[in-house]
Write a protein that binds this ligand. Structure first.
Ligand code: GLV
Ligand code: MN
Ligand code: MN
Length: 412
């Protein structure tokens, strides 16, 4: 176990060295660093003789086949893209735990009653195109072709990036996996919150994932001279966006028992000290455990934006990028995780919902899903200070091994 844990840490560090920025970890979808980290994953998968390939969108997929050609697939997965200024563990830890489990099974010639696959999803964070789940949407057959025309902050389209990396748009549909072929999905992931630290536990079960809506909001006013244009006659797009951002905070705080709302990315144009901003584009990310409440709040916020746009005579575009209802993890798979935890000597089993989004959300559309959370120091994530101890990695590996062995046993 110690050697396998050390290998995971070595690989986390190796992936953490691959970044588009000299100063921090950044591997947004389709960048040089993103492609290089995918290549490294391919090398590791091939070194353990797994059938390995990169699909059109850039998911890195490997399979350890069952002797039964008609067997179903069981997938372990997580993502290899990152946010800007990321930590090393969000995404890669789940992939590397999957690879360790597969390597153990392969080296010990354990017969599989299902095809076991690990998928490193190409894009979960959506840092480049503001979308999320480009990778797992492809697998679940929910890739929206409109996304291909989306452009990044430099005007480069998703289609261009996909093709530059060797992907073919025509293959996206055939990269999906049919529901009938799937036994289930398991995603080990850092918790990204403080509960495990407070409970002094290495791991816990995830019982569900919150609903989430992401919106692209564009405000269009009129550029003007900052020194000459009178205050009462301006059409300042930034002031409209600012008024809206405070309304988002106010509505979020008022409903803080069941809502989080964030404007995390904003471009102000022309972004020049002496020009009244004529255009502002920003994201809106809202989440709730209660899917119907989230739909209601999304409408309330859109109405608020319309009201501000009319009052300030600023154009508004409201484009919902994705909207996913809350997800329930599968009770049958959960029971196998509980058994796996007990066998690993964990007798206090905690079960919590995830406020963060995960690829499991998209895969839940085609298969029963399950998740294991692993403690990260002080719950810090999306931050270079993200950290998981080697003891917790070892414990999570033990649970992952046990879980897959339980699954083999159940299906043999
Ligand atoms: C992923 O990290 C998300 O929840 O946005
Ligand atoms: Mn993340
Ligand atoms: Mn993640």
């Amino acid at each position: 176990m110690k050697l396998r844990t050390a290998r995971i840490i070595e690989r986390l560090n190796a992936l953490g060295e691959i970044s588009d920025s000299k100063n921090c970890i950044s591997r947004a979808y389709g960048t040089k660093a993103h492609t290089a980290s995918g290549n490294l994953l391919i090398k590791w998968m091939q070194n353990i003789s797994l059938q390995t390939y990169r699909d059109a969108i850039g998911n890195i997929r490997c399979i350890l086949p069952s002797l039964n050609p008609n067997a179903k697939y069981f997938i372990i997965g997580s993502h290899y893209d990152t946010v800007f200024n990321a930590g090393k563990y969000d995404g890669p830890l789940g992939i590397l735990l999957g690879l360790e489990v597969m390597q153990y099974i392969s080296e010990n010639n354990i017969q599989l009653p299902f095809h076991l696959s690990t998928i490193a999803f190409a894009d979960e964070e959506g840092a480049r195109y503001n979308t999320a789940y480009l990778g797992s949407s492809t697998i679940s057959g929910h890739f929206d072709r409109c996304w291909l025309n989306r452009t990044d902050d430099h005007g480069v389209s998703l289609k261009e990036v996909l093709e530059a990396n060797g992907g073919q748009v025509v293959n996206i549909d055939s990269d999906s996996i049919a529901r009938e072929q799937l036994l289930g999905y398991f995603e080990p992931h850092i918790e990204q919150g403080p509960v495990l630290c407070n409970e002094d536990l290495s791991v816990c079960l995830v019982n569900g994932i919150a609903s989430q809506t992401r919106v692209d909001v564009h405000w269009t006013g009129i550029n003007g001279h900052a020194g000459t244009y009178p205050m009462n006659h301006r059409n300042d797009a930034f002031c409209a966006a600012s008024e809206f951002s405070l309304a988002v905070e106010q509505i979020g705080k008022y409903n803080s028992d069941k809502l989080v709302a964030t404007i995390g990315k904003l471009n102000i144009m022309p972004n020049t000290p002496n020009v009244i901003p004529g255009k502002v584009e920003h994201t809106l990310d809202i989440r709730s455990k209660d899917s119907s409440f989230l739909v209601e709040i999304s409408r309330t916020l859109e109405d608020k934006a319309i009201e501000i746009s009319k009052k300030r005579k600023i154009g508004l575009e409201w484009n919902i990028l994705h909207s996913t209802p809350s997800v329930q993890c599968d009770e049958g798979l959960n029971q196998l995780i509980r058994n796996g935890m007990k066998k690993a000597g964990i007798h206090k089993t905690l079960e919590i919902p995830s406020g963060a989004g995960h690829d499991a959300v998209m895969i839940s559309r085609i298969a029963p899903v399950s998740m294991l959370f692993i403690r990260c120091q002080e719950g810090i994530s999306h931050n270079p200070l993200e950290y998981v101890t080697s003891e917790d990695i070892e414990k999570s590996l033990e649970v992952c091994d046990n879980f897959v062995h339980e699954l083999i046993h159940q299906n043999s």
